[in-house]
Design a protein around this ligand. Sequence first.
Ligand SMILES: Nc1nc2c(c(=O)[nH]1)N=C([C@H](O)[C@H](O)COP(=O)(O)OP(=O)(O)OP(=O)(O)O)CN2
Ligand SMILES: [Zn+2]
Length: 158
Amino acid sequence: MSEKVSQDFAAPFVFKQAQESAPSSLRYHLRRVTITKEFTFDAAHHLYAYQGKCANLHGHTYRLIVSVSDVLDEIGLAIDFGDVKTLVKTHVVDRLDHTYLNEVLPPMNTTAENMIVWMFEEIEQALHAFRDTARVERLTLYETPTSSVEITRQEMGL
Ligand SMILES: Nc1nc2c(c(=O)[nH]1)N=C([C@H](O)[C@H](O)COP(=O)(O)OP(=O)(O)OP(=O)(O)O)CN2
Ligand SMILES: [Zn+2]
């Protein structure tokens, strides 16, 4: 066996030993860390009971920024970016992309504020079903490059 291969085999054991002998403040396993993933989607909508141009049918390229926390596993990973991507796309982004939001979302005025509350509930439910230690910490939704809303776990009352 070459030296490189034997080092690769040894790495997890060396890592585990180093973690176990480290002071508790440096033991990364089980520490909670927040990771962030970004998405974009295009959709049309109009606002009800609104005086101004947004009462007319128009479209946006929305940008959604999702921050999720979980406890670190044995290899120092909170939750895989790829798993967050799949969950958010399946439960939110792909349901809204290239749609008319007023018809696709549950009955609501399609303000960015109402949308982000709905998104938080959808992502939190899907994430919790995926892994019960995972939590949505914060969402930010850009409706235009200069206009955004955000909501935290605390603001959701969780
Ligand atoms: N608090 C909110 N205000 C507005 C919302 C909203 O969801 N929450 N939505 C709209 C319109 O749908 C639309 O997003 C227009 O937003 P606005 O930032 O005014 O868009 P502009 O393109 O005019 O922005 P500029 O970058 O200033 O040109 C309206 N308000
Ligand atoms: Zn709009």
